[in-house]
Structure formats: C-alpha cells, structure tokens
Design a protein around this ligand. Structure first.
Ligand SMILES: [Zn+2]
Length: 452
C-alpha cells in the first residue's frame, strides 16, 4: 500500500481503516458456494481492532453470518431509536486488468482511495463507525438509542443480512423513528439549470418485478406451420405492451422534488416547478421525452429476454419474454400484473412472476416534515453547506425494504459528491473515493449522530 498525507482533515485515521476494510474480498453471490466465507469473518473480526471504543461502549450482536448490529444505548428511553445502515458486501470485479489499481488493494494514491466498496458502500460503514469512535473518545452519548445495522448480502437481496437484522430488531420490539441507509449521492452537474450540488435523499424506492409474458402455439413441424405461431403471438403482445405504457403520474416525491428545486433553478424552470397546479401537464410531457426522467413518473416495463423453440425446424409450443418492471409508488405488483395481463390477453398471452418471491412492492413515501429528514438535512449542511437537500425517487433497490415494518420513515443517502464520471465506478471499473470526500462523509455522520 502506498500512502500520501492529506492536510486539514477531521478524521485522520479514517482512510487507513477504510483501506483495511476494502482489502477483504467480501463479494456476495446468489450462489453461496462462490462466496469467500473467510473474508466475511475476517472483516467482522477486524472491526474489533479498528473501532475499539465502539466495541467497548456498544452491544455487538450477529443475528446471522452476514449481519452485524451495534446498539448505542441512548440516555432518554422515551425517544424512539434511529437506525443507521450500510452493507459490507461488494459486487465482483470480474475484469481487474481494466483497473488502474487492484480492486482489493485499498491503495491510497494522489488523494484517492481505491477499490471495491469505496463508493458502494463500505465507505458508509467506515465513516459512521469512525464518527462514533471519535464521539466516544470525547465522552459523548446520544439522547436516543442508535442502532448500526450492517448487512453482508445487500447486493444479492439482503435476506441473510438486513432480513436477519430486521427480524432481531422486531423481536426486541423496536419501533424506530427513522432509518438512514445508502442511496442518492450529492449529484454534481445533474441538472444544467441548477448551480448547486444536489443531495438526492431517496424518500421512496420503486418496486421491482421480473415478469414472464408467455404466448402459446400449437407446436408441430416447421414445414407446415399454422398462420399464427407462438413467437408471432408473443411479438404482438410485446408490441402491445410497448404501445401502452403505464400512465404517467407526478407522485408526492416528485412533486416535493420539483418544489425544492424551484427556488434554486434558473428561469423558466423556477416558474414551471413552482406553479405545478398549472404546469404539471407540461412537466409530464417534458419528463416523458427522456428515459431518465420518464422513469420518475411511471412504472416502466423493459423487455429484456426472449425464448422460443430450441430447434430450427420445430415450432415452439410456447414462447416467452422476460420483462424487468420497476413499479411507481402508489401502484403494486398485483395492480401492475393485472394491467399487463389485460394488454397481452388480447394476443393470447399470459403474465406470471418469473421467480417466486422476488417481486417487491414500491416503498411508501417518507415525508420532509419528519424529524429524520430534519436530522439528515442538518447533518448535510454541516458536511456540505453548498449542497441543496432534495427528496428523490430512488430507482435501485436497497436493504431498506427489509425494515419497512419497524421504522416510521426511511431516507436513502450516500454522502459522497458524484459527477457522472464518478458514478461509472459504482459496480464498474476503477471504483475509488477522494479522501476529502471521505472525510466529509464522516463529518456528516458525526453531525447526524451528535444530533440524535
Ligand atoms: Zn450498495
């Protein structure tokens, strides 16, 4: 490992600690045989050496081999607790030759720390614990109880980690005020008409479903085909789905997002976003024009896989298409299947779930009038006073779904500034974090924890 010294940092020990955590190849997989159990065990063991005060002051529990729970007892038992989450598994780095530094090196070079987990999302675990470590050194204890809940399989669904953690918390009768987990970044230059960085706080998460559309045929030999075949019926069904997109809708989250953008946007956006009663139809039309914004206002259905006959000269008994569906808050997997089923039925096709149990309804929409929002916003202004805090509809899945029954409000936020270029490192090559941003991330957690 090579290191360079950074000046004026609030958390001088943090880079070396995150570097250590990056060096454990805790790659999660849907196939447990592919996972390096030793790496997960060793990482959990290493935390004891890295965060001795946390271990001395907090209760540590491991409800499963892919989870860790720390309880930081608050002074006022009448206050509902807060839960701070992160995950310590990472996605694979299948092409290390494309990286400028080894993906599990934890190298620190020219003010940057390299490797898997430096953006997604060991960085949050290291920052939240380092903030607590330094607060403990000053004799601080929080008003309310804080739970640090860390899962080790978020990238593959989170059942072994967050699922076990949520079960344990539920068994203790925990009803938390709010939860903060990974989510939107501090986006740099996302919108051309806003000059300030935007802290995108995910207050809601779209639902997820892999659905199969299946059309029947009569089978038989390809030399004497019927007029209509299974693939033909399927093609018509797919075309019908694409011709009938789900209706657009400005959800509470998107309305709040626009209302927050209004005062910091240049004209004409300032006017458009502040007069939604008048301009909503215009905004829907503009958002529909591009895939990124379109995904904010409707349930999307992407046809991703096709299957028919497995032989050139044999007619398919049935043909099927996989649709990857992202469900807008306010709808549900069952209402979506009902609508899709109606569209494809006209072409003799049916809709079903592809993997039983892998359908996730959209989350509820957490408000900005909640004490959790106010705590996140205040902590952000301590770490990044130039950034504007805006509510956002998060389109990727997180561990938060497992906690929905034990929290009032959920905020998904990764306190790291990210340009479009930086985003390429998330699940991509050359993932790394600037040391200055890492330090600010811990400033965010320290301010948050201090306020709880
Ligand atoms: Zn993540």
């Amino acid at each position: 490992m090579t290191t360079t010294k950074a000046a004026n940092v609030a958390f001088p020990a943090l880079p070396a600690k995150l570097s250590r955590l990056v060096q454990f190849p805790t790659v999660s997989s849907y196939d447990p045989a592919e996972e390096d159990d030793g790496a997960f065990l060793a990482l959990k063991e290493e935390l004891k050496a890295l965060y001795p005060r946390v271990h001395a002051a907090m209760r540590r529990e491991e409800p499963s081999d892919r989870s860790l729970l720390f309880t930081w007892q608050g002074e006022d038992a009448s206050l509902p607790p807060a839960i701070l989450c992160a995950h310590f598994d990472v996605v694979p780095a299948p092409e290390p030759q494309n990286w400028r530094r080894d993906p599990f090196s934890g190298d620190i070079v020219d003010g940057e720390l390299w490797g898997r987990g430096t953006q997604d999302i060991k960085v949050l675990m290291a920052s939240a614990l380092e903030a607590a470590e330094t607060l403990l050194a000053q004799g601080f204890s929080p008003h309310r109880t804080i739970y640090f809940a860390f899962g080790g399989d978020e990238e593959v669904g989170g059942r072994r980690g967050a699922g076990a953690l949520a079960d344990l918390l539920a068994s203790k009768g925990v009803k938390a005020s709010f939860l903060v987990d990974e989510g939107g970044p501090i986006s740099l230059g996302m919108l051309g008409f806003v000059d300030r960085p935007l802290a995108l706080i995910g207050v809601a998460e779209k639902g997820y479903a892999d659905l199969v559309v299946r059309a029947k045929g009569s089978g038989g030999h390809a030399s004497m085909p019927p007029r209509r075949t299974a693939p033909g019926n399927l093609a018509r069904a797919i075309a019908a789905v694409e011709a009938n997109p789900f209706p657009p809708r400005l959800t509470k989250t998107v309305r709040s997002f626009l209302a927050r953008l209004a005062p910091i946007s240049r004209q004409p956006y300032r006017f458009l976003f502040s007069q939604l009663w008048l301009t909503a139809p215009l905004i829907v039309k503009a958002f529909s024009a591009g895939p990124t914004t379109d995904a904010l206002i409707r349930t999307t259905t992407a046809c991703t896989m096709l299957k028919g006959s497995s032989k050139e000269n044999v007619l398919a008994d049935s043909a099927e298409a996989t649709f990857n569906v992202r469900i807008l808050p306010g709808e549900s997997a069952s209402t979506v299947m009902e609508r899709l089923g109606g569209i494809v039925a006209r072409h003799g096709a049916t809709v079903s779930e592809k993997h039983a149990g892998n359908v996730i309804d959209p989350s509820s929409e957490s408000g900005m009038d909640h004490e959790g929002w106010k705590a996140v916003e205040a902590a952000l202004s301590a770490a990044h006073p130039d950034a504007a805090c805006v509510p956002f509809l998060f389109s990727a899945g997180t561990d938060t779904k497992h906690y929905k029954d034990i929290v009032q409000a959920t905020y998904r936020f990764s306190c790291l500034p990210q340009s479009q270029e930086d985003l390429k490192g998330v699940h991509g090559d050359n993932e790394r974090v600037r040391l200055a941003d890492l330090d600010r991330c811990a400033v965010f957690y320290r301010a948050l924890e201090e306020s709880l």
